[in-house]
Design a protein around this ligand. Structure first.
Ligand code: GAL
Length: 687
């Protein structure tokens, strides 16, 4: 990996002469889709909406470099000037996200290859191999040109490397990928012996006698080697990081003073990129988020925003994309209801976003995304969407004092781990039905239901400051992580672990002697066999709950263990299902089945009580309000989001003595006493 020392965290460079604190507001701006006449109107409407930053030139490579040896920067010069005159800052893309047709015609060897050996042809976007040296050299040439031309432009606020790295091309099985994978493996293992051991190649006659024999896990006759699969996932995430760093190095060389970012995709089931490891590669973290419909849609938004904050070590981050209304890539694309646009945006701000931006500024008239909403819809500025957009602009302006504040960590956290996500969902496992992120989200929903703030943090974060940790399906537990969790509990922390946790080490080798392996003695239990359930089966617990997906034969091995619930039917009837143990000043609990979002609050509530954690919300608001708190030296900011379509009375809220800084609905004098349906209220309390 190409690295240069990480400078101190840096943020957007707002234009000279006006560096007052502000929240950013804007969109992806794609002026090349429109005739020149529209550009001036764009800037006028941006000003009307309160837009102060746009991401520009994301998919402009074919327009900037029409052939291998010709460049056309005239139009971009003009747009940069127009934006600058309009007081709008630019997050300028390096434009390398989608290679132009001349490049793929000249060098088809840059095209990615799927697991089954098919080429991903041009015609859509992001058809490039992360490890292609040919692609890399053309991309870096473009980056160099852009950095040299616009590096001193007064509108330039940040560099935006590529776009959503890995969105469509994270897994490439080409020969380039094979070569780069071998180099990555050499670096990780040094010797073939070490690799053979890690991959357990004594099984199925897989022993390697030369590096050249190793391949990506291409379509095989049966289950590919699991550690090969896990390493290929790690490698593929790192290969994209390597591309990010290569572009960043060019930018830092030419414009060391300009911060560099790229938009992550912490959302839904996008799982190919281990963003916790990417955070150190950028000057500030940016994220894209789209709401996935379903009963936990809003919980998922909050969960994702919260995890981005965890990745960003609670420093402010940039919400680079979300949607004003419908997207175009779901089976049915729902328009947002009144109030949802502002609610979704401000929920991100509560969780640490200092910029709110959308895909995209003006809804396309042509192309694959013409039915994707935008800030200026097909209907034009005389529309409900644009009115909601300008109203949000005013709210964000009122929230300027929040800019630069950090998110206040909660006392509880859910630990999120990409290795565990990847490995727990592999084939050839006890069940194919396990969904790692869903289990983590269900626990988050339980915290929301109880009105107790919880962080979502990567496993590599410092966990020691929390009072309570939930580790859903923490499947991969290397010795170092086991020690941190043990120290946490022995130091007085409260741990809640679930089924299929602690099972393997970093090489995906089972911790022997009984499950849950690395956590066995900490939890004071031992499991000899897993007993997963078929899709439509369930078992009853003697606390009234119903378990699905997973059960197992839990034996209590330590006299300090209390059985909080047992199985009352099924093969485990009479055995422990949920256990709890005192360990010095701390405790360690274990949940051996899947309970789901609706039942987990019942299990979580007493565990929180035992840890001394309570809700900061009045009883009538619990489960109905999402509370996030930001703070700076002088004040704390309470973001109260109404998760329902009904008004909510806030009386009894301890933070109510704060000054109402802004609300997402027209505030009246008593605004702070209630939350409008889908409304967000921000209260400022001096410290
Ligand atoms: C993102 C992408 C944007 C746009 C958007 C639509 O994946 O970065 O360019 O495609 O999704 O939701």
């Amino acid at each position: 990996m190409t690295t240069s020392p990480s400078p101190a965290p840096r943020w957007i460079r707002w234009p000279e002469g006006d560096r007052s604190p502000r929240l950013g507001y804007g969109a992806d701006y794609n002026p090349e889709q429109w005739p020149r006449e529209v550009w001036a109107e764009d800037v006028r409407l941006m000003r009307e909406a309160g837009v102060n930053i746009v991401s520009l030139a994301i998919f402009s490579w074919a327009r900037l470099q029409p052939t291998k040896d010709t460049w056309d920067f005239g139009w971009l010069d003009e747009v940069m000037e127009l934006l600058h005159e309009g007081g709008i800052a630019v997050d300028l893309a390096t434009a390398t996200a989608s290679p132009p047709p001349w490049l793929t015609a000249l060098h088809p060897e840059i095209l990615p290859v799927t697991r089954t050996g098919e080429t991903l042809w041009p015609g859509a976007r992001q058809h490039w191999r992360p490890t292609s040296p040919v692609f890399r050299s053309h991309a870096l040439r473009l980056v160099e040109e852009l950095a040299a031309r616009y590096g001193r432009h007064p509108a330039l606020a940040a560099w935006h490397v590529s776009n959503e790295l890995g969105c469509h091309n994270v897994y490439d099985y080409s020969d380039d990928a094979a070569g780069a994978f071998r180099l990555w493996l050499r670096d990780r293992y040094q010797t073939l012996d070490a690799l053979n051991h890690a991959w357990g190649t004594s099984f199925w006659s897989q022993h390697y006698s030369a590096w050249e024999q190793i391949l990506p896990p291409r379509l095989a006759a049966s289950h590919p080697n699991p550690t090969q699969q896990l390493d290929f996932k790690r490698f593929s995430s790192d290969a994209l990081r390597d591309h990010l760093c290569a572009e960043r190095e060019v930018l830092r060389r030419i414009t060391p003073e300009v911060p560099v970012t790229t938009n992550f995709m912490v959302m839904g089931e996008t799982k190919g990129m281990d963003y916790a490891s990417w955070a150190e590669d950028v000057d500030f973290v940016s994220n894209d988020h789209y709401v996935h419909p379903g009963p936990q849609a809003l919980d998922e938004l909050s969960f994702s925003a919260n995890l981005v904050s965890g990745i960003a070590a609670h420093r402010p981050w940039y919400l680079m994309e979300h949607s004003t209304s419908a997207v175009n890539w779901q089976p049915v694309n729902r328009a947002k209801l009144p109030g949802e646009l502002a609610r979704d945006s401000l929920l991100h701000v509560g969780h640490g976003a200092d910029v709110v931006a959308f895909f995209q500024w003006r809804q396309s008239a042509a192309g694959a995304e013409k039915y994707h909403s935008a800030m200026v819809p097909h209907a034009g500025a005389d529309s409900e969407v644009f009115r909601a957009v300008t109203a949000l602009g005013r709210t964000l302006a009122a929230l300027a004092p929040v800019a630069g504040s950090t998110r206040r960590p909660a006392r509880a956290a859910i630990v999120f781990d990409w290795d565990s996500w990847w490995a727990s969902e592999h084939d050839s496992h006890p069940t194919e039905l396990l969904r790692y992120r869903q289990e983590a989200l269900d626990w988050y929903s339980a915290f929301l239901a109880l009105g107790v703030r919880a962080d979502v943090v990567p496993a590599r974060a410092d966990l020691s400051g929390y009072d309570l940790l939930v580790t859903p399906v923490l499947h991969v537990v290397p010795a170092e992580l086991a020690k941190r969790l043990t120290d946490f509990v022995e130091g007085g922390g409260h741990l809640v672990a679930t089924y299929f946790s602690g099972i393997v080490d970093e090489n995906d080798h089972v911790h022997l002697g009984g499950y849950p392996g690395a956590l066995r003695s900490l939890l004071g239990i031992r499991v000899e066999e897993f007993a997963p359930l078929p899709e439509d089966a369930s078992v009853r617990l003697d606390n009234g709950c119903t378990g699905t997906l997973w059960t197992e034969a839990v034996t209590v091995t330590d006299p300090s263990v209390l059985i909080l619930a047992g199985y009352s039917d099924g093969p485990q009837a009479g055995r422990a299902a949920i256990t709890h143990r005192r360990v010095g000043p701390g405790t360690a609990a274990y949940v051996s089945t899947r309970l789901g979002a609706a039942q987990l609050p019942e299990v979580l509530a007493p565990l929180l009580a035992a840890a001394g954690l309570d809700s900061e919300l009045p009883a009538q608001a619990r489960g109905r309000v999402d509370l996030a708190v930001r703070e700076d030296d002088g004040a704390e900011y309470w973001f109260l989001t109404n998760r329902t379509a009904e008004p909510i009375d806030l009386s009894g809220l301890s933070g109510l003595d704060g000054e109402p800084l802004a609300a997402s609905w027209p505030m009246e004098d008593d605004a702070a006493a209630h939350l409008a349906p889908r409304g967000v209220l921000v209260l400022r309390r001096p410290k």
